[in-house]
Design a protein around this ligand. Sequence first.
Ligand code: FES
Length: 106
Amino acid sequence: MPTVHFTDSEGTTRDIDANPGDSVMETAVRNGVPGIVAECGGSLSCATCHVFVDENQLDELDPMSEMEDEMLYGTTEDREDNSRLSCQLKVTDATDLRVTTPESQV
Ligand code: FES
């Protein structure tokens, strides 16, 4: 089963079974994972679903769109090279993804 490993800013990790076709953000929200606000519900207009992706896994992800790239300049915690918006990360059958949530989203 696809899995997303969410680590919070204090280092606690939650391993969550995910459904193919869902986004990483939806996986977090449905499972009550703290640290993902997702105010806009996934319509790429809030940047409160910011995550830091394990740097060794960046190549496994689809490239970000121009819009996602622009939105990442509006995150509360400064973007890093491994920043992504989790509503834009799709879960597939092969997903075994490690992400860290920022200390604050708003
Ligand atoms: S949930 Fe709003 S941009 Fe991702």
